[in-house]
Ligand binder design. Structure first.
Ligand SMILES: [Zn+2]
Ligand SMILES: [Zn+2]
Length: 488
């Protein structure tokens, strides 16, 4: 699995907090190696939880959250950088919630985005735009008096809403999370908190998971089916012995992608079951046998590689002779995938770029729904698709070592909804990906590629999507030939 670093701004912030006098007596701030232990749950460190509770009593406040805001160093003026994108947001209730923002945007020509501006900054621009907006704001925050003074209005909001952390209209830039985090706040801010998506709880999402969404949504293949199969691994709890070389650990099986999607491979159900220790050791690097398996699948006419990554794969797959080569190939393919996603986010910022990019998304897969029967990590090489649930019992009796997949049908309403969600999340995770990773890896273009991209921008603007596609493919092909030279 990929583990990407926290944003540099956040690392600076962590150092500052750890050495600040307000946290001097907080227990377990470092591990044996001297590294900061930012995350410690109540269970893992009851001492820390006790520290927070003692502070609640000491300061005579109501909650650990109150303490977190109270002891946040005054020098920082309430600002905390996001671990994902680095954006500094206030720990106080200064940001209009979604409903309020909607109302405000109906009144304003400037379309305000969540967590972009504080309520005070928004009020300033609203009133500047149209003096009548003053009344509108006053009515929202229930100010009855006939005050026309903007400072009075702001002061009212500050004392009645912001400082008492009144929920409803406004929210904080970052949710509190004491005692789990050293400073008592979530590591990511509102800007990068996930909006609702496929029922997963966002606060549990690792950075890898967030990146994975970008890989997932922009790769070819039926990701709904692949995810359903992964779900089977999560609920499987019979004894399982890891088959990886010399491991034989008894543990829960985890799904190893034979062709990882983070390297540009397609969504398929050809997982290998290995233990999670072996899986994270592999770190999304292919082994020689993975490469051979993928080549063999291609010989069976299966589509293993996404259109944007096939150039590099085709140039190098037959040059791979051992595990070391496979590791090198994996590294280059990851670089290529970064180039692909960065180019997509560049295009997304162009006029009409969004419509062009939509043509690469497999919206129809979003409607799919599957039930999987007779799952076992030992039977992953025997998968059969059923057309009818009535066959199931008989089939399982006849073929006890086969996994059966049944496609379900969803109604038109659900279909529209899941399409919309799919499109929204596709672009959301693309933005997240580039915000977080471009600092770390950057995107390097040759002059030839720059020229092509310049031409592409014009083509897309005039809706010439077929020509645009060809041109974009040639940009990716060029990138593949540069990376090919790095092989070995
Ligand atoms: Zn952020
Ligand atoms: Zn293992």
């Amino acid at each position: 699995m990929y583990k990407l670093k926290d944003h540099p701004e956040f690392l600076i912030y962590q150092k500052f907090i750890v050495s600040h006098k307000n946290y001097t007596t907080l227990p377990n701030k470092h591990n044996n190696l001297g590294k900061i232990t930012w995350v410690r749950t109540e269970k893992a460190s009851p001492k820390r939880a006790k520290w927070w509770d003692e502070k609640v009593i000491f300061f005579k406040v109501n909650s650990r959250s109150d303490v977190a805001r109270l002891i946040h160093p005054k020098e920082l003026k309430g600002l905390k950088p996001c671990s994902v994108c680095g954006k500094k947001l206030s720990i106080f209730y200064l940001y209009p919630n979604k409903m309020l923002l909607k109302k405000i945007n109906l009144k304003s020509n400037e379309k305000f985005k969540s967590y972009d501006k504080t309520i005070f900054q928004i009020i300033d621009s609203l009133v500047k735009e149209n003096n009548d907006n003053f009344k509108f704001i006053a009515s929202i925050f229930k100010i009855i008096s006939s005050t026309k003074n903007i400072d009075e209005l702001k002061n009212h909001i500050k004392t009645k809403f912001v400082l008492p952390c009144k929920k409803g209209l406004l929210g904080p830039g970052v949710m509190s999370n004491a005692p789990d985090r050293l400073d008592g706040f979530h590591t990511y801010n509102g800007c990068c908190r996930e909006t609702k998506d496929t029922g997963r709880h966002k606060s549990n999402m690792s950075k890898y998971t967030r990146d994975r969404r970008a890989f997932e949504y922009w790769s070819e293949g039926d990701f709904v089916l692949a995810n359903s199969m992964m779900g089977q691994f999560r609920v499987y709890n019979l004894p399982f012995f890891c088959p990886e070389n010399g491991c034989n650990r008894k543990s829960k099986p985890s799904a190893d992608h034979v062709g990882p999607i983070s390297l540009g491979f397609t969504h398929r159900v050809n997982f290998k079951a290995i233990c999670s220790t072996c899986n994270s050791k592999k770190n999304n690097r292919m082994t020689y046998s993975d490469v051979i398996n993928l080549i063999n699948d291609e010989k069976k006419n299966l589509n293993v590689i996404s259109w944007h990554s096939k150039y590099l794969w085709n140039k190098l797959k037959n040059k791979v002779k051992n595990n070391e080569d496979s590791k090198n190939l994996s590294k280059l393919m990851r670089k290529n995938m970064h180039f692909v996603l960065s180019t997509f986010s560049l295009i997304n910022n162009w006029n009409n770029g969004n419509s062009f990019l939509k043509t690469f998304l497999n919206v129809n897969f979003a409607n799919n729904k599957y039930s999987i029967y007779n799952f076992s990590p030992k039977n992953l090489n025997k998968i059969e698709y059923l057309s009818d649930i009535f066959d199931l019992q008989k089939k399982i009796l006849e073929q006890p070592d086969t996994i059966f997949i049944l496609k379900q049908f969803s109604d038109a309403m659900t279909k529209e909804k899941s399409k919309e969600d799919y499109l929204r999340v596709s672009f959301e995770c693309l933005k997240e990906y580039s915000a977080k990773n471009n600092r770390k890896y950057g995107i390097i273009c040759s002059n030839e590629q720059k020229k092509k991209l310049f031409k592409l921008k014009k083509l897309i603007l005039t809706n010439q999507f077929d020509d645009s596609k060809d041109l974009l493919k040639s940009v990716f092909e060029l990138n593949a030939s540069f990376l090919e030279m790095e092989f070995k």
